[in-house]
Each structure stands twice: as structure tokens, then as C-alpha cells.
Ligand binder design. Structure first.
Ligand code: ADP
Ligand code: NA
Length: 342
């Protein structure tokens, strides 16, 4: 009985940018329309955001903002459950249970953790860790919470970017260990749906991906940017001084990134875009990219403005999502409690 349950989460840590949109959100929209999915859950993972965002007011604001933006992008509460992770307490409860069967060695091997840890070059003793910034237990353990998010609903499919593949493997390892240890097939092993690699690069430094965490505002285009901001950022985007518009991600990453953006928002293939602009200079091409992005975002931004005036409705969507998620979560958590003797 292959019941398909899809789960994914997004952190409310700021306004999503074009990379988030093309790499994740558009995929979420098409998955909710996938008839074979019996249940689709999209969670605003505020407990995860807590590892980064400690400002209460900002966190609260970001949650509503993220929900509004997702809905404006086409996430439809009639087709999926949208809810705040913290409003379904079973996420935290299952997380603790999974903590108790997860060896810390598994977590120490997570690339994201290792990178964060190695960035702190000043660490020579335990006391150095205490005063270092951001190395909280929550950051170390968050892949277990992620496993709990997924397994709580007995999810079978999880769409993620390539940076999350390792965490999905960990989720399967934890699920398998639980099932084997308690000799009960409680959790299905969830499948990774790798989002087609449409990696959008930083406008400032095209050797990096476009990211919310870059301190350079102009390195990313946010979905809420005004036409003027979009124009300024694209004008300023790092490109090379070679002539013509050619797609060559290795040797001309900046211009290739703009071609990818143009192609994504028009539906034209890379070849068609290159053919259209191969004899143009980069200024002309940048103006066209600006026009395409501004045009594409216009209806989304209009919908964002409309929903901002409907905060009561947006909150009711989240409440309804949490109520429904809670029903499933409660049932599954009770099963887990029984199996482990609580
Ligand atoms: P950020 O690095 O901006 O904080 P997140 O880690 O919150 O982004 O990622 C949210 C989702 O967006 C993930 O599925 C991730 O794979 C996707 N994503 C993030 N940045 C990009 C990008 N530059 N290009 C394509 N997809 C991206
Ligand atoms: Na990130």
C-alpha cells in the first residue's frame, strides 16, 4: 500500500531570494499538484530558525512574512498543509526520543556542522567553545530535529536541495536504527526528491550560491525587491569584460548565471537565450534580465501586498494547518510511545 506522504520545511529567517524561489519554492508548488501525493506538508520550521534567529520580534515577523510569500508564490492551503513547526509540539517530543538513539559520531560527520566548526579557528579548549558564536547544542542536533520533522508524519518523499542530501541519509539511518532496535516497522525510509539543480549564484561573487546568509544585500534579489532595487542589483552584478553573451559556467560564471535566471523566468532554453543575445553587450543583456525579473515578480508582489492586508486569514491558514498536522502527529507519536515503553 504505497501511500505517498511529502514533507518539506523552510526556515523563516528572512525574505526568500531568487535562488530559494527557483531551487525550492517552484518545486513545492508543482509537488502539491502531484495527484499521487496523498498528503503534502510544508512547515515553517521556526524551531530550526531558533538556531540562527534569536530576536523574538524578527522571528515572529518573519514567520508571517514567509507564509504570505509562499502563498503568493502559489502554495495553496487547499492542496497542502502549511503550518508552524512549533505549533505541533510532537516535533520536539519525537526529536528527543530520536536524540536518545543517535550516536554523536553520526552528527559530528555532518558536513554543515564540520564547516561551521572549522570556521572557528580560535578553538583550542572547551572554554573557547563556550564563548564562540553560534556553536550551540541546537545547531549540532538540528539534523535530528529534521529527522523528527520528517518521520513524525511517516513521510515517504522529501524534496530538498543538494546541501540537504546528507541530512536525509541521516534521517534514513535513524529510522532504520529505530525500526531494528525496537523490532517494529514504525517509520518508512523516506526518499529524497532532489530538486533539479537550478543553482542560482551570488550576484557579487558567482563562485558562491545566492544566499540569505550573505552579508551583502546586493548579492541577492529578494522576492520583495522593488523594480529599482532589482535594476540596481543586476547593473552591479559581477560579470567579465569579454564580448558577447555566452553560456560557460566555468569560465564566465557571472554572465552564465544571468542567462540561467533569464531562461528560468521566460521558459526559453539556454540556447534560445544565447541565440537571442549573443551579439549584445552585457549592459543590454542586463537591462533585459531586469525587465524579465521585474515582470515575473510583479503579480507575486501584488499578491504579497494583498495578503499583507489579510493577516487574520493568513493566521487562520496556519492554525488550520497546525490542527490537521497535530492530528496525524499525535497518532504517530502515541504509536512511538507505545513501542518504546513510555
Ligand atoms: P539560504 O542559503 O538562502 O539560507 P536555505 O538554506 O534556507 O537558503 O534554503 C532553502 C531552500 O532553497 C533549500 O531547498 C535550498 O536548497 C534552496 N536554495 C537556497 N539557495 C539556493 C540557490 N542559490 N539556488 C538554488 N536553490 C537554493
Ligand atoms: Na542556508
Amino acid at each position: 500500500n504505497p501511500k505517498r506522504i511529502t514533507f518539506s520545511g523552510i526556515q523563516p529567517t528572512g525574505v526568500p531570494h531568487l535562488g530559494n524561489y527557483l531551487g525550492a519554492i517552484t518545486n513545492w508548488v508543482s509537488l502539491q499538484n502531484n495527484k499521487s501525493s496523498e498528503l503534502v506538508l510544508y512547515s515553517i520550521v521556526d524551531l530550526h530558525a531558533l538556531t540562527i534567529q534569536k530576536d523574538a520580534k524578527m522571528l515572529q515577523k518573519s514567520k508571517i512574512e514567509m507564509t504570505i510569500i509562499l502563498m503568493a508564490c502559489g502554495i495553496d492551503p487547499k492542496k497542502c498543509l502549511i503550518f508552524e513547526q512549533s505549533k505541533v509540539s510532537a516535533h520536539s517530543e519525537l526529536s528527543w526520543i530520536l536524540n536518545c538513539i543517535t550516536p554523536i559520531g553520526w552528527l559530528s560527520r555532518m558536513t554543515q556542522w564540520k564547516t561551521k566548526f572549522q570556521e572557528q579557528k580560535n578553538i583550542r579548549s572547551i572554554e573557547d567553545i563556550d564563548i564562540s558564536i553560534g556553536l550551540d547544542l541546537g545547531l549540532f542536533a538540528y539534523p535530528v530535529l529534521q529527522a523528527a520533522d520528517i518521520l513524525l508524519y511517516k513521510s515517504t518523499h522529501v524534496p530538498v536541495g543538494d546541501d540537504q542530501v546528507q541530512h536525509l541519509e541521516l534521517t534514513r539511518d535513524i529510522a532504520e536504527k529505530f525500526n531494528k532496535f525496537y523490532k517494529k516497522n514504525v517509520f518508512p525510509l523516506p526518499q529524497t526528491i532532489l530538486v533539479p539543480a537550478k543553482r542560482i549564484l551570488s550576484l557579487k561573487d558567482p563562485s558562491k550560491k545566492m544566499s540569505k546568509s550573505s552579508p551583502f544585500e546586493y548579492s541577492r534579489i529578494n522576492l520583495t525587491d522593488s523594480p529599482e532595487e532589482i535594476s540596481q542589483k543586476i547593473k552591479r552584478a559581477t560579470t567579465d569584460s569579454q564580448k558577447g553573451i555566452l553560456y560557460s559556467p566555468d569560465t564566465r560564471p557571472g554572465i552564465s548565471n544571468l542567462i540561467t535566471i533569464y531562461s528560468s523566468f521566460t521558459g526559453l532554453t539556454i540556447e534560445q537565450v544565447v541565440n537571442k543575445y549573443k551579439n549584445s553587450d552585457s549592459k543590454t543583456f542586463k537591462d533585459s534580465v531586469t525587465e524579465i525579473v521585474v515582470q515575473y515578480l510583479q503579480p507575486i508582489q501584488k499578491e504579497i501586498e494583498r495578503l499583507k492586508k489579510e493577516e487574520g486569514y493568513v493566521k487562520s491558514v496556519l492554525e488550520d494547518g497546525a490542527n490537521k498536522a497535530n492530528e496525524i502527529a499525535k497518532r504517530n507519536l502515541e504509536e512511538v510511545y507505545k513501542v518504546i515503553g513510555l
